[in-house]
Design a protein around this ligand. Structure first.
Ligand code: ARG
Ligand code: GLU
Length: 723
């Protein structure tokens, strides 16, 4: 038994990609994946998924606002995505009288659907390998700057040789760390309207407690619609626009999923790093993640205590808290997952194998023999800078709210001095409408001041490498005895803590306003921190990182040459990808075994009266009592809510469709299971799971809960398992 296991493990290490691993390029499915996919149960061809000649699955997939994925689910341009992807759109239509976040929203007819300026749906027209053209003239001996300018020139001429229609674009992007280039032709529809959303107690059920967690019971979906002009072309919002007619829309399966069923997720994963050397992974686990987690820990604790004390604060900070808590929780899971699956050891084994191949192949050894040692030295050199960058980004850039405000003011003052009064006025208005109006609605200086005192202490104590510490310096100048006193001094003196104070400055003539801004103690302090950061941390960091990037490009190439039979997938870069796997539970810990499907029963189990995370709407409990499930129950008479699979996904895959062996919609991707979030560096089929809402729960909520039967009537419902 043990021998078989060892053999199995070494075989999978040898092939490097495990069942489920990989975010594959749609244009290479035929050559790289089709056979495997069909062996796993897929009944489609690669051509059914991606084709430029006929309608295919890809024609139903859009990049939603550039940050999520969505899919077309009717011949009338109906779009399905996550509630958390549509959240700010839903929020923007929400007021005290019409509380769509709390109560949900359902447009009774087309004319009630709500427009969302700035939101767009971007389709992929075609993807082409343009590596040869883009890398023409690039040589191995070139220095990096010459290499880049050669590539930029080639990209420019490719663009100039392409004619595009309005709303079409061509993006040329590096893949495989810059060893290959692909051009992506897109068409963008800018009129995307809100059609429906469940109440938050369904769409965000479980909130932060359940975030990244399996078992899950969140109905994380929202419905939009793409509009086009009368010729079905993209057009800015107009009353005369009509529902868009897609080349393809996804049929929806009412037959659901079972253990081991084939699943395919099609969408726009944001960023992964699957080919890092072991040194980088240890740095993440041992140094960078603990620092970032620790910083957020401190901030979250302060905010959480205040939210518990005051219901008004609860409302003001809920969304900010969720945003900070989201990646805090992810990083904890990520670090643990790397440890549990020996992520570092695995990389080291691969590196040992790599060295062994090089030792046998002189030509490869000559080109790549020093890469790993260089990586080791470079990451060591990078470490203190990376650590301080982490501190700066988290503390100044994210967690102390007023420093974000102060940094905007720094930019505004610069704008005046570099571009004059008109540019200043324009930028000021943008800042007010896009940042400050909202900022002050949800800002409590007394809470932020506590965060400041705590995090500035952390920043100062971690100032390394003998660099100047502006925090200490200021404390010395002011004669404040500790960080609390420093915070109190700054927050009392600055004009940035209230809307009235800041706006009264901004109302003045530009020259005078800038003078006052520049004299503000918080402006001065933030400015000094930024200068110090730029000159003593950021510049050095970028320089070393550029060397690492070059090494990483060579290492990627080296791996491909050293293991020529190996299939490689490029890291996620917000371009369209296919990932596939199967429905499967997992065993995260000793004696714990998760099954892959949750049910309405589980929602009822989690109900806590009046709890902001777990209160189940009464109407939903009533439907459960009456077992009023319509056609949405499974064979055993229960309504499935969420399910998990081995699909390799990441941030950006939110809203991606999960389809069955035939290309019918079965679920909506919205999260990953916490224990497997290290899949961004190190996918492991034993614990990496993506979380999807079962489409039958979505239909049940639309039909039975919301009574929006007219939307169901637009869709194409199928029974693939009955045929
Ligand atoms: N974890 C999911 C994704 O990254 C959902 C995030 C939204 N929900 C939340 N409670 N913060 O990003
Ligand atoms: N919730 C994530 C998103 O917004 C998806 C979860 C993940 O990182 O896999 O894209």
């Amino acid at each position: 038994m043990k021998k078989v296991l060892v053999l199995l493990i070494s075989v999978s290490i040898a092939t490097m990609s495990f069942a489920g691993e990989g975010m594959w390029l749609p244009i290479f499915l035929k050559s790289l994946n089709e056979t495997e996919m069909q062996n796993m149960g897929m009944r489609m061809s690669a051509e059914d998924i991606y084709s430029v000649n006929k309608g295919s699955l890809k024609d139903a997939i859009v990049h939603f606002g550039g940050f999520c994925t969505a899919e077309v689910i009717s011949s009338q341009g109906l779009l399905l995505t996550n509630h958390h992807c549509g959240y700010s759109a839903i929020q923007s239509h929400t007021s005290l009288e019409k509380n769509y976040i709390r109560d949900g929203f359902w447009a009774a007819s087309h004319k009630h659907e709500l427009s969302n300026p700035g939101l767009f749906a971007k389709f992929i027209v075609r993807i082409d390998d343009v590596s040869e053209q883009i890398l023409a003239g690039v040589t191995e001996e070139m220095d990096e700057a010459t290499r880049q300018s050669t590539i930029d020139k080639n990209i420019k001429s490719l663009r100039e040789a392409t004619t595009l229609k309005k709303f079409e674009e061509i993006e040329v992007r590096p893949f495989f760390k810059g060893n290959q280039y692909f051009s992506i032709t897109t068409i963008t529809y800018p009129d995307v309207r809100l059609v429906g959303a469940p109440p938050e107690m369904i769409g965000k059920f479980g909130s932060d407690t359940d975030n990244w967690v399996w078992p899950r019971h969140t109905g994380d979906f929202a419905i939009f619609r793409i509009y086009a002009n009368e010729n079905n072309e993209p057009a800015e919002y107009s009353e005369n626009n009509v529902p868009f007619k897609p080349k393809h829309h996804l049929p929806i399966s009412l037959d659901g999923v079972e253990q081991d069923d084939f699943t395919l997720v099609f969408g726009f994963p944001g960023r992964t790093n699957s080919y890092l050397p072991s040194y980088a992974i240890s740095q993440i686990v041992d140094v960078l993640n603990p620092a970032k987690i620790g910083i957020r820990d401190q901030a979250l604790k302060i905010v959480d205590a205040e939210m518990r004390r005051d219901p008004q604060v609860k409302i003001q900070y809920a969304s900010k808290f969720a945003r900070i808590a989201n990646y805090w929780k992810k990083w904890i899971g990520e670090s643990q997952g790397i440890k549990v699956t020996d992520g570092i050891g695995r990389k080291q084994k691969l590196e040992a194998k790599f060295k062994k191949v090089l030792s046998k192949k002189k030509n490869l050894h000559k080109k790549y023999g020093s890469l790993l040692d260089e990586f080791e030295a470079l990451y060591k050199e990078l470490e203190p800078y990376a650590l301080m960058k982490g501190h700066y980004d988290e503390i100044v850039g994210r967690n102390i709210e007023i420093m974000r405000a102060a940094n905007y003011m720094r930019r505004l003052a610069d704008r005046y001095e570099n571009n004059g009064a008109a540019a200043y006025g324009k930028y000021k208005n943008i800042l007010i409408s896009r940042f400050f109006d909202d900022f002050y609605k949800n800002y409590r200086p007394e809470i932020d001041q506590k965060v400041f005192a705590t995090l500035m202490k952390t920043y100062s104590e971690n100032a390394q490498m003998g660099i100047a510490d502006p925090v200490k310096k200021l404390m010395l100048t002011l004669g404040t005895k500790d960080y609390k006193e420093l915070a109190s001094h700054l927050y009392t003196k600055t004009k940035f803590t209230t809307k009235e104070a800041l706006y009264s400055v901004l109302e003045k003539a530009p020259e005078e306003a800038v003078k006052i801004l520049r004299a503000d103690p918080l402006f001065i302090f933030t400015d000094e921190l930024a200068q110090q950061y730029n000159t003593q941390i950021a510049n050095q960091y970028s320089e070393i990182q550029a060397k690492i990037n070059k090494n990483q490009r060579l290492y990627m190439k080296a791996l491909m040459e050293a293991f020529p039979k190996q299939r490689f997938y490029p890291d996620a870069n917000s371009t369209l990808r296919v990932t596939y796997g199967k429905v499967d539970g997992y065993a995260p810990r000793d004696a714990v075994q998760y099954t892959p499907v949750t049910y309405l029963e589980g929602i009822i189990e989690k109900h806590v009266e009046d709890d902001y995370e777990f209160h189940v709407p009464e109407r939903l409990r009533k439907l459960y009592e009456l077992k009023d499930y319509g056609q949405y129950a499974d064979k055993t008479g229960k309504v499935p809510v969420c399910f998990i699979g081995t699909n390799h996904t990441t941030g950006g895959n939110s809203g991606s469709p999960a389809v069955d062996a035939y290309g019918n919609l079965i679920g909506l991707n919205f999260d990953r299971a916490w224990e497997g979030t290290m899949s961004d560096y190190n996918y492991d089929a034993s614990i990496c799971r993506n979380i999807m809402v079962d489409v039958r729960y979505i239909l049940f909520v639309i039909d039975k809960y919301a009574g929006a039967r007219h939307l169901i009537d637009e869709m194409t419902l199928v029974h693939p398992k009955e045929e």
